[in-house]
Design a protein around this ligand. Structure first.
Ligand code: FES
Ligand code: FES
Length: 166
């Protein structure tokens, strides 16, 4: 078992799989997972907004579950698997959820969008045809100051249809 960590002065080796690629990194104990992903792992799609777990913009998939990367320390990711928005498209080909958001105008400034798309991908994985209530429950964890949510709802509905038809 690892010794207790001094958040201010200790550094630790962290081995983490980000978007399918295993990496070993030296991080300070106080580094948040969001900062590690943005600064060390080159996944700037992890957006940092409120930095205290409210807005949802920093959402990632952590072993397949949506998590707020601003609320975790980088050292907590040791041995785990992370997916960020950078994992969704296949080269130039957007993921169906991204296509649906584009088609239904589910974004404006886009700051909230990466986190929402990752949460929606987990929802559609466990529930391919969600009810509006199930979609609202997921969207309730994400603040969007631009869209008014109606277009996001339509985008999720379209994404569900596109994925079922595949
Ligand atoms: S930046 Fe993490 S929830 Fe807002
Ligand atoms: S699209 Fe601007 S915050 Fe959601």
């Amino acid at each position: 078992m690892n010794a207790p960590i001094d958040l201010l002065s200790d550094t630790r080796q962290v081995t983490v799989t980000v978007n399918g690629k295993q990496q070993s990194l030296e991080v300070e104990g106080r580094t948040t997972l969001a900062d590690m992903l943005r600064q060390e792992c080159r996944t700037p799609g992890v957006r940092v907004g409120c930095e205290h777990g409210v807005c949802g913009s920093c959402t990632i998939l952590f072993d397949g579950e949506p998590m707020r990367a601003c609320l975790m320390l980088a050292v907590q990711a040791d041995g785990h698997e992370i997916k960020t928005i950078e994992s969704m498209a296949d080269g130039d080909k957007l993921h169906a959820i991204q296509e649906a958001f584009s088609e239904e105008h589910g974004l404006q400034c886009g700051f909230c969008t990466a986190g929402i798309i990752l949460s929606v991908s987990e929802l559609l994985e466990r529930c391919p045809q969600p009810s509006d209530e199930q979609i609202y429950e997921v969207l309730g964890g994400h603040l969007c100051r631009c869209t008014g949510y109606q277009q996001i709802l339509q985008s999720v509905r379209l994404a569900a249809d596109m994925l079922v038809d595949k």
